[in-house]
Ligand binder design. Structure first.
Ligand SMILES: C[S@@+](CC[C@H](N)C(=O)[O-])C[C@H]1O[C@@H](n2cnc3c(N)ncnc32)[C@H](O)[C@@H]1O
Length: 262
């Protein structure tokens, strides 16, 4: 197998059967969607970028019963799982699950952009916030909402542990505070911005099933080198969560460019 395929295959194996592929909490997702409901026209066009296996795409489709949802992820096996989950829930007509790049999202129903809501949980880090704001803002309808979750520093630099600082700066050089993200959004042209702290449960929803999955996988004797490396990398991340988890936290950012008709 090509090294790149081996890495992709290791991802598929590790995250097989896991629902949250990053920190997340469906109760928070649901609460935020319900809060935005009243602002959305009927039949809203919704995108979930970096949707994984559908932790949020399924909630979006369930909470917005007239929405069309473009669920986009670059990893084909995740999209295959999402399609199966949507079909079990009778949502396959309203969720268009597509393999693609959120740096250049494909059209939904033949129309590019014109989204009333762009959602993205624990995925914006992979293309960088500045790129995401620049690329996604033109895809929003006037008064359309951008909602994303992101890992941010909880404390000022002097109060952060060395362990967390070393790990997160290496893994996520773009990491900043919630106030830092708000400033970036304002600079990118969003003028209604609401940061919402997620729950601690969002972290255990991700790390506890992952911890158990890694424990089982380590018992296998024929793991590829890529899988062994990925397991070690994720174990390091779990160690940081165990020892210095309070240094970072998860925020949702709800942002809109207010449209004032002339
Ligand atoms: C940490 S996971 C979060 C998945 C999901 N939102 C969740 O909360 O369970 C990040 C996801 O982003 C996807 N991803 C990374 N870069 C991407 C890109 N350029 N375009 C589309 N998806 C991407 C990965 O395949 C992965 O499924």
């Amino acid at each position: 197998m090509e090294p790149e395929n081996e890495i992709m295959s290791a991802y598929t194996i590790v995250f097989d059967h896991l629902v949250n592929l990053g920190p997340g909490d469906s109760a928070t997702t649901r609460k935020l969607v319900e809060r935005l409901c009243q602002d959305l026209s009927s039949g809203p066009r919704v995108a979930d970028f970096g949707c994984g296996v559908g932790a949020s795409a399924l909630v979006l489709a369930q909470c917005l019963p007239t929405a069309r949802v473009l669920a986009l992820d670059s990893h084909a096996p995740f999209i295959a799982r999402l399609k199966a989950a949507a079909s079990v829930r009778g949502l396959e007509e309203r969720i268009s699950a597509v393999v693609g790049d959120m740096a250049d999202p494909p059209p939904l129903d033949g129309v590019k952009g014109e989204f009333d809501l762009i959602w993205s949980e624990s995925a914006i880090y992979s293309i960088g916030r500045a790129n995401a704001f620049a690329w996604w803002r033109p895809l929003l309808n006037p008064n359309g909402w951008l909602v994303f979750s992101d890992i941010v520093w909880q404390h000022e630099p002097a109060a952060r542990s060395d362990m967390a600082s070393t790990f997160w700066v290496r893994e996520y050089p773009d990491i900043t505070t919630a106030a830092g993200v708000v400033d970036e959004l304002a600079a990118a042209g969003f003028n209604t911005i609401d940061p919402v702290l997620s729950t601690r449960k969002a972290w255990s929803n991700y790390y506890e099933p992952l911890r158990e999955r890694l424990r089982l996988l380590k018992k296998c004797e024929d793991n590829s080198q890529a899988l062994i490396s990925l397991i070690a990398e994720l174990e390091r991340e779990i160690d940081v969560y165990d020892c210095a988890g309070d240094d970072v936290t998860l925020y949702f950012f709800l942002a809109r460019q207010d449209y004032i008709p002339e």
